[in-house]
Design a protein around this ligand. Structure first.
Ligand code: HEM
Length: 419
């Protein structure tokens, strides 16, 4: 997916009747940003119909996106939140955090919040720093560093620590969560996308069920055991398993793409890299702009609870609505010059982590990880240059990369010392 400027000519070339935003390949090879820009201006409530008769509405403007994501009385998550599930209600409805509406959602979420923020998270800071350093050391060892590939281990190491998952399992877990998030991508497809998704779900659910049994009656203060003991063990094994799945998918499917996409943006905008180099206090702003720019969680689905008037039209009761997060984050009503990557952007109210009660549980840990990553790379490397063509992920759910080869030149002192 092209992440740069949408011009008037790009907009003029958009023919919505020929654009299929459901098609995962379109997101890798096409130009969804031009389509979204056109839709924000001319069709803010656009209905897409698939050849098999399934249909959904597209929401592309920022305020509409916040309303759909944030108002469960109008738009429910209980039938599933992934566009790929269109037409099949989520089997984990009412059990898995992301497929549950308040008040049940708040009951599940409240105990977890503590573990993913503040003191709960502070305990994991050293492990996060170590995972970041290990990723960055990889760049020192290789002449060409594939940031997109290597970064997949970063959230895994962090979620692995937070959930107390054995390190030898991490590589498999990364593979299975990759298959679950992007079953259409040739890097992940086994036989066909449908089979790929089924295999990934089977492996992950079986894995977490085995881990559940191994943990019974054993002490620990990790997120896995917290789910098992939450509210006096109120959650069934299945409920714990689907929430572990969702936690790991949430972490693994997203964070690496912001790492890679932000680094690419810095290579394409050397003056922004220079600004952050000259003032390390800009790193948190770089992270926010990188999140807005990459918006790796690209779409989320909701279903209208009643007829809802929105964006100049009506979504009939029961109809699905896809919110395009990457589009909302380029809405010029909110972000002046939205196609400028700008680390000085004031009031960066992006919704890369969603909006409302489902606001990303891992947002604090993701921000911390991204901040540490950019602190480390700026500290260790003098220059970055593209060393090959980026490969975009084939997915209508996650926007990102399967490959981003980079030549990273260490600061002279470190190169000599072999740090
Ligand atoms: C750059 C990194 C990340 C991005 C862009 C991201 C994005 C999002 C978004 C947009 C949502 C809202 C879903 C909805 O409204 O239906 C969400 C929810 C969620 N995320 Fe993340 N996420 C990231 C990292 C993480 C990490 C590191 C974890 C776990 C450690 C995580 C776990 C979750 C969970 C469990 C939910 C469901 C929350 C709920 O339904 O209450 N995410 N994320």
């Amino acid at each position: 997916m092209k992440l740069t400027v949408v011009t008037d000519a790009d907009m003029a070339a958009v023919d919505l009747s020929r654009i299929d935003l459901f098609d995962a390949t379109y997101h890798a090879e096409g130009d969804p940003h031009s389509a979204w820009a056109f839709m924000r201006e001319h069709a803010p409530l656009h209905r897409s119909e698939l050849p098999d008769g399934r249909a959904f509405f597209n929401i592309t403007r920022y305020h509409d996106a916040c309303r759909v994501l944030g108002n469960h009385r109008e738009f429910t998550s209980e039938r599933g939140s992934l566009l790929s599930q269109l037409g099949h209600d989520d089997a984990a409805s009412g059990q898995m955090l992301v497929a549950t509406d308040p008040p049940r959602h708040s009951e599940l979420r409240r105990p977890l919040n503590k573990m993913f923020t503040g003191r709960g998270l502070a305990r994991s800071e050293d492990r996060i720093r170590e995972a970041v350093r290990s990723l960055v050391r990889g760049a020192l060892a290789e002449p060409v560093w594939d940031v997109a590939q290597q970064a997949t281990m970063l959230p895994m190491a962090i979620a692995g620590a937070l959930m107390d998952l054995p390190e030898p399992d991490w590589a498999d877990l990364v593979q299975w969560t990759g298959m679950a998030a992007a079953p259409q991508d040739p890097v992940f497809t086994i036989r066909n996308p449908h089979a790929t998704l089924a295999i990934a779900h089977h492996q992950l659910f079986e894995y977490f069920a085995t881990q559940y049994e191994a943990r019974r009656g054993t002490p620990g203060d990790d997120a896995f055991r917290l789910l098992m003991t939450m509210r006096d063990g109120e959650l069934s094994r299945e409920e714990v398993v689907v929430n572990c799945y969702s936690l790991l998918l949430g972490a693994n499917a997203t964070t690496p793409h912001t790492v890679a996409g932000t680094l690419l943006a810095l290579m394409e905008h050397p003056e922004q890299l220079q600004a952050v180099r000259e003032n390390a206090e800009l790193v948190p702003a770089l992270v926010e702009e990188g999140l807005r720019w990459t918006s790796p969680a690209s779409s989320f689905l909701r279903y209208a609870v009643q007829d809802v008037e929105i964006a100049g039209g009506v979504v009939p009761e029961g109809d699905p609505v896809a919110v395009w997060v990457g589009s909302a984050n380029r809405d010029s009503e909110i972000f002046p010059e939205p196609y400028r990557f700008d680390v000085h952007r004031a009031d960066n109210r992006h919704i890369a982590f969603g909006y409302g009660s489902h606001y990303c549980l891992g947002a604090t840990v993701a921000r911390l990880t991204l901040r540490m990553f950019f602190e480390e790379v700026l500290d260790r490397f003098e220059e970055f240059a593209p060393a090959g063509k980026p490969q975009h992920l084939v997915s209508n759910f996650v926007a990102g990369f399967t490959s981003l080869p980079v030549r990273a030149v260490p600061h002279r002192v470190q190169a000599v010392a072999g740090r």
